[in-house]
Design a binder for this molecule. Structure first.
Ligand SMILES: Cc1cc2nc3c(=O)[nH]c(=O)nc-3n(C[C@H](O)[C@H](O)[C@H](O)COP(=O)(O)OP(=O)(O)OC[C@H]3O[C@@H](n4cnc5c(N)ncnc54)[C@H](O)[C@@H]3O)c2cc1C
Length: 454
């Protein structure tokens, strides 16, 4: 075969190692133009945190590519048409995308007559592949997990050996200069940082993951989520390193949650914004106002909730246990629809992923894939006492409470000096709102839960 010029369109796979789609582009000794397209509309919506992380990640990718990454802003179709003409490109290689935005964008590209050579995806098992014996999709995690394990996945592939990358024109290297807001400390982006983080976690925290993962005051989880979100590491690379120990097993299960939610969203794309269990749409909700603003600002008067929201603003990331607590508080104490919280998360999280976010929210709100027969309402005080026993997490993010001991910090209202440093009083009474939430649930319970309409 004669060598031709191909284009590798980086999207959610900002890495060189374990990237089969990139290897496919480089096959036959083709010369390859590496390209990232900035969709200005999405960038505008993304928020300063995510933009800053992406800018860092693109710089890191460019370094791995020896300064050969083209970065062009504009609508995907016109950018591709223009680049293909100017660089005499005959083939465009990508990894498949499954979330609604990516699917719609790729459809617009192929409808415009540009064929996409698709290899692999951001998942160990691409959404849509794990099926019940009768061919239908899973709606509950545990049987999905078993079937996902049985399905299996390929091992990781090595990075390209001597890739023939085309040097783009300088005018096609428009790297964004986005910076994080002042005082915000984002974790380092890029493939090198991702692999280093995984190596360090593998030889350190991973052995205790099953015990440590619920304690937000310690570095008990991997913080690989931003790297997975941007494809700076592939889940296959991680899964290949796991053994059968209890801690590794729990970690594998968490990776599988990400795959499960992607699968659910693939089958029910409207659940990115709509209710997975439509009966909950009929529930009586309040409109966001001052209490919502207090939640956003980390000023609800519930220490663990406020610590979580402040962590989000400080780091663009929040611990999973606390994500559940703040989400439960928004829906079940403030009686707001989950989408208000999910949108806020999407603006601040550097690991923002529509499948994990919308379904993490819906799971907590009670309208998602949770198989539990009970309507969970997290008690923010009990959660704080249990998972932040010593108060380290709250003390770190809520300095107004740093003078209190672990035994005091989750209930400052019980102590004379609790409000000494200006910590706000509770905006609602949890016990009262819990009953209110149950009453609102009761009102829709007569309606039989149905399967999603989508
Ligand atoms: C309301 C809510 C919103 C969420 N929004 C997002 C989001 O936008 N993006 C996102 O990546 N995760 C989201 N999650 C899931 C989870 O909180 C994060 O993946 C996790 O906190 C990331 O930290 P980590 O990398 O240290 O996780 P670890 O505990 O080290 O887990 C390793 C990896 O497993 C995956 N994982 C772990 N827990 C979950 C989970 N519950 N659901 C799906 N995947 C999981 C992630 O890819 C994670 O990086 C959300 C959870 C909730 C309750």
């Amino acid at each position: 075969m004669t060598a031709t010029c191909s284009l590798f369109w980086f999207r959610r796979d900002l890495r060189l190692s374990d990237n089969p789609a990139l290897l496919a582009a480089l096959a036959n000794n083709d010369s390859v133009l590496p390209l990232f397209i900035i969709d200005e509309e999405i960038a505008e919506r993304a928020g300063a945190y995510r933009r800053a992380y992406l800018a860092d990640s693109l710089r890191a990718l460019d370094q791995s590519l020896g300064g050969k990454l083209a970065v062009i802003a504009g609508p995907a179709v016109s950018v591709l048409q223009d680049v293909m003409k100017r660089y005499d490109i005959t083939q465009v290689h990508v990894a498949s995308e499954f979330a609604p935005y990516g699917v719609a964008r790729d459809l617009a590209v192929t409808t415009a007559g540009i064929e996409l050579q698709q290899t692999g995806s951001a998942y160990a098992v691409s959404p849509g592949r794990v099926r019940k014996p009768d061919g239908t999709n899973y709606r509950v995690y545990t049987p999905f997990f078993r079937s996902w394990l049985t399905h299996g996945w390929r091992g990781p592939v090595a990075p390209p050996k001597s890739p023939n990358f085309i040097t783009p024109k300088e005018s096609d290297r428009n790297f964004p200069k986005w910076q994080p807001p002042a005082g915000v400390d984002l974790q380092e982006a890029g493939e090198v940082a991702a692999l280093a983080r995984w190596r360090a976690y593998k030889s350190g925290g991973l052995a205790d993951y099953d015990e440590a993962r619920n304690i937000p005051g310690i570095a008990g989880t991997s913080r690989l989520s931003p790297h997975l979100r941007w494809g700076e590491i592939h889940p296959r690379t991680i899964l290949a390193d796991l053994n059968q120990s209890a801690a590794h097993e729990v970690f594998r299960k968490e990776i599988a949650w990400r795959e499960f939610y992607a699968d659910v969203l693939h089958h029910y794309p409207k659940t990115s914004r709509g209710y997975y269990a439509p009966v909950y749409e009929a529930m009586r909700y309040d409109q966001p106002g001052a209490k919502f603003q207090a939640w956003c600002n980390g000023e609800t008067g519930y220490p663990i909730v406020d610590a979580g929201m402040r962590q989000l603003r400080a780091e663009g990331w929040m611990h999973n246990r606390v994500r559940m607590i703040v989400a439960s508080f928004l829906v079940k104490d403030l009686h707001l629809e989950w989408q208000h919280g999910a949108n806020f998360f999407m603006k601040y999280l550097i690991d923002n992923d529509v499948a994990s976010n919308s379904h993490g929210w819906q799971w907590t709100a009670g309208c998602g894939t949770d198989a539990s027969p009970y309507y969970r309402i997290f008690n923010p005080v009990e959660q704080g006492k249990r998972f932040d026993h010593d108060g380290d997490y709250v003390r770190h993010f809520v300095p107004e409470l740093s003078h209190l001991s672990g035994a005091e910090i989750h209930e400052p209202w019980n102590f004379l000096d609790g409000y000494l440093h200006g910590y706000p009083e509770r905006i609602v009474d949890h016990a009262t709102e819990r009953l209110e939430s149950l009453a609102r649930l009761q009102a829709i319970k007569a309606a039989k839960p149905e399967a999603p309409k989508y």
